[in-house]
Write a protein that binds this ligand. Structure first.
Ligand code: TNX
Length: 550
């Protein structure tokens, strides 16, 4: 928790952000506040005097959807402050927080926020923007606002006086979580969603299936979970989401304006499915469940002899997944098809993407599927290879060297077929990549891998999406993703050590306009984010060069 000495240090570190303050209560509030992550498009501290959230504070709403946003925002605030914080309509007073739907505010997710001694007003043309405005306000409150028990911060619940005009750079700002290599239960996914919301990330990409586990109930194919969910990497036990579990995740996400993108990884990365159903295998023999970390050894069977079972599997599985997913996207994987002959791969890609498109969703696939010229129009490409100029080295887990232009060309094939790109270059956004100093994790084990790169906080931050591959226009980019693959991550502490704070860098790359980003400012704003992560109990790595709250 921040103490007075640290607050002073923060105030010094962030002096350039601060304007002269009139009274000591206000300087307390400002000393604690070093800025918002991701950086708003426009942010100014003003001299209107600090706002104090107090016992009389109400959330005064107007417009469709504003009350629901207010309730989601108020729930944790009520816990930490012990205040009633009623949601009401009517005229706002200086002690209130106003949430207003105003069609004049730009952008589907844009908002304006004005705070001062005369009250707080957040305005947006749609509820999503209002919600992101509340998440900025959340960061402007003391970090103790995240606490699960009532608490009174030194200096009270002060919010610095500020004026913000904000909207995201990209519409798709994803956190990819691999729940296949190690399973993470619903409660933990909900915690992660809350942390994503704090950083205005709006897509949870669940990597639900892989060689080591199948994590989603499918009624028509019960052994996918009956057999396929029993394992994970290293024999750490299995697990899966029932349909009700999955709907709980979807609903919790939706309350925070986060869309769940389910991924069923096909045609490779399918050992768990193949182990559950012999008829999906060319030789009719189910392989053993797999608990190792190799990739590229499993494949659906392209042979006509297995076409009936394989196509029924694709149709029924993808239909059930789509049916429980309200969001517009379904992800069908497609990566690392090392055990699939190239012609078979093209045949399977056609059948997989056709079955996915038949659900009515927009299909997303890893860039390898760009080898096909028969993608459903508008299919989104998910680029995960290295940034331009970096060649995937030979012997990467047995693969031959793969020249960068091949995967860049595959990414461009999605644009040529009417789609856009999600950019997730492994050497910048893969949060399972080690830090260069290869620190032991909190439990004393070595975490992560380094096949793509080692990644510092600064490298995760300094990356330019438009330069990921050659020849991209801003309009080609749907968004970015920060990926956490969990071969080496089996518990919350290890997960958080690798993910935080580097995920905040990717969140800012996805949200903030390029000209609002700067490394020094980011580092100083992490002091405030750190106080909130402390309140949430996140075991982030205290990366050097940041004045962590301590
Ligand atoms: C590559 S990236 C994979 C995953 C691994 C990850 C480990 C991608 C689409 N496939 O199967 O978990 O590397 O870093």
């Amino acid at each position: 928790m921040p103490n007075a000495a640290v607050r002073t240090a923060v105030a010094v570190a962030t002096a350039s952000l601060l304007v002269l303050s009139g009274c000591s209560a206000e300087s307390d509030a400002k000393a604690e506040f070093s800025g918002i992550v991701p950086a708003p498009a426009r942010f100014e501290l003003t001299d209107r005097g600090a706002f104090t959230l107090g016992e009389r504070t109400r959330l005064v709403v107007s417009g469709d959807g504003a009350a629901a946003v207010a309730e989601t925002f108020a729930a944790p605030l009520r816990t930490a402050t012990g205040f009633e914080l009623p949601v009401e309509e009517g005229a706002a007073e200086a002690s209130d927080i106003e949430l207003v739907i105003d069609p004049e505010v730009e952008g589907d997710e844009g908002y304006t926020l004005d705070s001062g001694a005369d009250g707080v007003r957040i305005a947006a043309s749609a509820p999503a923007g209002l919600f992101w405005g509340t998440q900025s306000l959340r960061q402007m409150l003391p970090g103790e606002i995240e606490e699960a028990d009532p608490i009174e911060p030194e200096g009270g619940w002060q919010v610095p006086a500020a004026s913000i005009v904000d909207r995201p750079r990209f519409a798709y700002r994803a956190s990819l979580v691999d729940v296949a290599r190690h399973f993470f239960p619903v409660d933990y996914v909900e915690q992660h969603l809350d942390r994503m919301a704090l950083m205005k990330m709006n897509v949870l990409h669940l990597h639900l299936t892989d060689d080591q586990g199948w994590r989603i109930q499918i009624d028509a194919w019960p052994e996918l979970t009956g057999i396929g969910a029993s394992t994970s990497v290293g024999g750490d036990g299995g697990g899966f989401y029932t349909k009700d579990d999955y709907r709980r995740i979807v609903d919790y996400a939706a309350d925070r304006f986060i869309t769940v993108v389910p991924e069923i990884d096909l045609p490779g990365h399918t050992n768990a499915a193949l182990s559950a159903y012999p008829e999906l295998n060319c030789d009719g023999v189910a392989p053993k469940p797999y608990e190792g970390v190799e990739v590229g050894f499993s494949s659906l069977c392209a042979s006509p002899a297995r076409a009936e079972a394989t196509d029924r599997f694709l149709t029924e599985v993808l239909a059930e997944v789509a049916e429980m997913t309200p969001g517009p996207w379904i992800h069908v994987g497609g990566d690392e098809p090392l055990a699939t002959e190239p012609d078979d791969y093209l045949d399977l890609v056609r059948r997989i993407t056709a079955a996915a498109a038949a659900t009515g969703k927009t299909v997303i696939a890893y860039h390898e599927m760009g080898a096909s010229t028969e993608l459903p129009p508008g299919t989104i490409g998910h680029y995960w290879d290295l940034t331009a100029g970096h060649e995937m080295p030979a012997n990467r887990r047995g693969e031959p060297a793969r020249p960068y232009p091949e995967s860049a060309g595959q990414a461009h094939a999605f644009l040529e077929q009417g789609g856009r790109l999600v950019l997730a270059p492994a050497d910048k956004t893969y949060l399972d990549m080690m830090y260069p100093d290869r620190p032991a994790g909190p439990l004393g084990t070595e975490l992560g891998t380094r096949w793509a790169a080692t990644i510092t906080l600064e490298e995760a931050y300094g990356w330019q999406p438009e330069a990921t591959i050659d020849g991209l226009d801003e309009s080609d980019i749907l968004g970015v993703a920060a990926s956490v693959w969990t071969e080496t991550l089996s518990n919350a502490a290890d997960f958080e050590f690798m993910v935080f704070p580097r995920i905040a860098a990717i969140a800012e790359v996805g949200w903030s306009p390029a000209d609002a980003r700067d490394e020094e400012g980011f580092r100083s704003r992490l002091t405030t984010l750190g106080a909130h992560l402390d309140g949430l109990g996140v075991a982030y790595r205290e990366v050097g060069g940041v004045d962590w709250p301590g």
